[in-house]
Design a binder for this molecule. Structure first.
Ligand code: FAD
Length: 383
């Protein structure tokens, strides 16, 4: 199987590779979904296998070990996984988001050494950018502060939640530097001196995502591990933001699709009474098709014109995805009734997962604030 899988990463077109990924999802992920949800199992093996068949390579240039298939391909992969499990869909997003920042770094050492291993899934990693994004949108203060010291930066602070990490994982963070505009983006390895990862919280879903609090105590990051310096941040942010956020819409598309299928199955036996519910499957399916078309089109546009400003369209598509997920999961739960209330039934899991899509940064309230600020010409990042 491994030889077959590896062949898929390089020798076949995007559609064939998606078919290979769907097979992997059905064979290797689907049987573990309950354990991931209820026992908090982390699907490490699946992630490594997915990486081996190009599941994390879409945003990475072939010269750095990626497939270079572009944003739509990344979204479709996250969507296919999320159809089965949002925990794992989110992990795939985090891995891609980690790769995307490294791909856009001006630091050749990072691009040549770490990026290829993230792109092929031999190394796993995430992103701790929620707080930085919220600070840019003037929602909260930046929790990581650093000072410039000889050959690098010294960081202090705490990030409450970062997923897809561990002592053998990588992740990047956005740090405020004393007396400098913009942020410094640093790449950390989980065993970095001065960094403590602790599991101090349990969640109603996404327990299998290895989500840790990260405490930085005088963490020295050398220039070799800097993804972007503060002076580069404005351009870096403009290049990376839309891809980072639109990719999350894959989670919404996959979850909504799964809810539509649940509703259709339920209607085979309970259509005569389900028809009295507020949100009918035909309407949700039509909204899904429209959201998918909009998202894929925008993804292709971003890939074709990476220097364009796609921010407003991206935030709008991401917001639509969150709202649709909540509506679809709520309706699926009502369609399935008591059956959906069972601990091993997907309907109640989907409802919990939909709330995650709505609250993970950028949350619904964050998206609406940024869109409001853009529409009214205020609240710009200090870069
Ligand atoms: C399962 C999970 C995985 C996540 N993974 C990541 C990730 O990989 N990378 C990343 O950068 N962010 C991650 N986050 C953070 C996420 O993106 C949001 O920033 C976070 O959920 C808060 O967003 P919000 O809009 O609700 O914030 P707000 O509404 O502005 O505030 C959140 C509230 O939570 C409270 N709070 C903060 N920390 C804690 C804590 N430790 N325990 C209890 N309450 C607390 C705050 O005081 C505040 O009241 C994750 C969150 C969750 C729940």
């Amino acid at each position: 199987m491994q030889t077959e899988l590896l062949k898929c990463a390089t020798d076949v077109d995007a559609d064939e590779c998606l078919a290979g990924i769907t097979t992997l999802i059905n064979d290797r992920l689907a049987p573990h979904v309950l354990d991931i949800d209820i026992k908090g199992e982390y699907p490490a093996k699946f992630l490594h296998e997915l990486g081996a068949i190009g599941g994390f390579g879409a945003l990475v240039a072939p010269q750095f070990g990626g497939t270079g298939r572009g944003l739509k391909n990344a979204i479709q992969i996250i969507e296919a996984i999320s159809r089965v499990c949002i925990s794992t869909g989110f992990l795939a997003w985090a891995q891609n988001a980690c790769a995307w920042y490294l791909q856009n770094s001006g630091n050749a050492l990072i691009r040549n050494s770490v990026l290829p291993r993230i792109a092929n899934g031999t190394a796993l990693g995430g992103t701790g950018q929620s707080n930085a994004m919220k600070s840019c949108a003037e929602i909260e203060d930046n929790r990581l502060q650093a000072v410039r010291v000889g050959g690098g930066y010294r960081i202090n602070g705490v990030l409450p939640w970062v997923s897809n990490i561990g002592t053998d994982h990588y992740f990047h963070v956005g740090v405020e530097i004393a007396q400098e505009p913009g942020l410094m983006i640093a790449l950390l390895h989980g065993d970095h001196p001065g960094l403590t990862l602790s599991r101090n919280a349990h969640f109603i879903a996404l327990e299998g995502t290895r989500t840790f609090a990260c405490q930085f105590r005088d963490v020295f990051v050398s220039d070799d591990a800097v993804v972007a310096h503060p002076r580069e941040f404005g351009n870096f942010r403009a290049r990376t933001k839309s891809v980072f956020i639109l990719m999350q819409t894959g989670m919404a598309l996959g979850l909504t699709d799964a809810c539509v299928n649940m509703m259709k199955r339920s209607n085979k036996t309970h259509g005569h009474v389900n028809r009295f519910l507020d949100d009918q499957v035909e309407d949700i399916e039509a909204a899904l098709l429209e959201a998918r078309t909009t998202c894929y089109r925008l993804a292709d546009k971003i890939t074709a014109t990476p220097h364009g400003n796609h921010e407003h369209d991206t935030l709008t598509a991401r917001l639509l995805g969150s709202e649709l997920s909540l509506k679809a999961a709520h309706s699926a739960m009502l369609h399935l009734g008591a059956k959906g209330y069972l601990i091993n039934n997907a309907a109640q899991r989907r409802l919990r997962e939909a709330y995650f899509i709505a609250i993970v940064t950028p949350a619904i309230k964050h998206l609406r604030k940024e869109l409001h600020d853009m529409d009214h010409g205020c609240g710009v990042c200090s870069a």
